[in-house]
Design a protein around this ligand. Structure first.
Ligand code: UT7
Length: 332
């Protein structure tokens, strides 16, 4: 019997309308468009405005796009895995909320938190349910409302993050297309350099934690940068080597969008020309779990059946990883 691979068969994405430009950031903090552009490659990021709106509201739009493209009903979905670092609430899982809002009444699901590597981790987990034959339609979401945990008085960290997300549908494929390989890594020692100090069980929310601004992202940018540059490039090179991939036969690199300099270092290591690298960081910034599916959504029309695609990410934890996909369909 032919091996079952989990193939992506549709992609949806969504970014909120509001554009937080570098020019607006200049009015909020001591920074310049020139500094942000040259250090990160970012020009603007999207922000979800409005009371009572969370990550699920972004995800719902992406999932609706995906279902419409594939021409299937929400009730056909069997499972939803939501990779997010900014869930709607501590519990229940945002996956549950998405299922309820979209009407995926026959699906079960849960959230997965691997920070910026979450989408790759969730893709690999979702693929297991397809490969084993357990499910035929699994949705993997990567979404974040990073503005909800951003301290706009911290000019080094806040300028890179934005809100947005995407979703992919996984279905079985027995012709050799789909997710072929993935390498996933974690190093908990890295948690010291990128985390949220309060709001968890170690330090529950209190007046003191709020006053100390401990519910925002704490990032030691330079340290994280050094680990990200090395590990994202290493893992992308490793997946190429063990799958016989070369700069010639790789069609696309889909890199996590944290900093243009990290993306360039990974592409250089893979010896890929810039035209094979998906980059939208200048318009969306770092949407954490949202970056990879947002790239796939934006580039979907250019993707061809049989394209070798390498995804790579690095994030808090530390977590990092790479995934090799043989693309299953011609984009429209
Ligand atoms: O997504 C998951 C993982 N996250 C990442 O991969 C992010 C990795 N880190 C980075 O991308 C970069 O470290 C940042 C973009 C966050 C920061 O860039 P950097 O080049 O590492 O800046 P820095 O912290 O080394 O600061 C350099 C200088 C400092 O001034 P002095 O001490 O040299 O006088 C900062 O005070 O730039 C100053 N600075 C700024 N100046 C203008 C820091 N932030 C700003 C700012 N505007 N927004």
């Amino acid at each position: 019997m032919q091996k079952i691979h989990a193939a992506i068969t549709a992609v949806g994405g969504y970014v909120p309308e509001y554009r937080l430009t570098n020019a607006e950031l200049e009015t909020m903090m001591d920074t310049t468009d020139d500094w942000i552009t040259s250090r990160t490659g970012i020009k603007e990021r999207r922000i979800l405005k409005g009371e009572g709106r969370g990550s699920s509201d972004i995800a719902v739009e992406a999932v609706k796009v995906l279902l419409a493209k594939r021409g299937i009903d929400a009730t056909e979905i069997e499972m939803v895995i939501c990779a997010t670092t900014t869930p709607d609430m501590q519990f229940p899982a945002t996956a549950n909320v998405i299922c309820d809002k979209v009407g995926m009444t026959n699906a079960w699901g849960y959230d997965l938190n691997a920070a910026c590597s979450g989408f790759i981790f969730a893709l690999t987990v979702g693929a297991q349910f397809i490969e084993t034959g357990r499910h035929k339609k699994v949705i993997v979401v990567g979404v974040d409302k990073m503005s909800s945990i951003m301290n706009y008085e911290d000019r080094t960290t806040s300028i890179i993050f934005g809100d947005g997300g995407g979703a992919v549908l996984l279905e079985p494929n027995t012709d050799g297309y789909g997710l072929i390989d993935s390498i996933l890594k974690t190093d908990g020692a890295g948690r010291a350099h990128l985390h949220q100090k309060a709001g968890g069980s170690v330090k529950p929310a209190s007046i003191e934690t709020v006053m100390a601004r401990e519910h925002f992202v704490y990032q030691e940018g330079q340290t994280v940068f050094k680990f990200a540059v090395k590990n994202m490039a290493d893992v992308a090179a490793e997946i190429m080597e063990r799958n016989g991939l070369t700069a010639e036969n790789v069609a696309w690199l889909v890199p996590h969008q944290a900093n243009l300099r990290i993306i360039s270092a990974t592409a250089d290591r893979m010896k890929l020309p810039t035209e094979k690298v998906m980059v939208n960081i200048e318009r969306f910034g770092n949407t954490t779990n949202g970056t990879l599916p947002l790239c796939l959504w934006e580039w979907e029309s250019k993707l061809r059946k049989g394209d070798n695609i390498v995804l790579a990410a690095f994030g808090g934890g530390f977590t990092w990883g790479s995934t090799y996909i043989r693309w299953a369909y011609d984009g429209q």
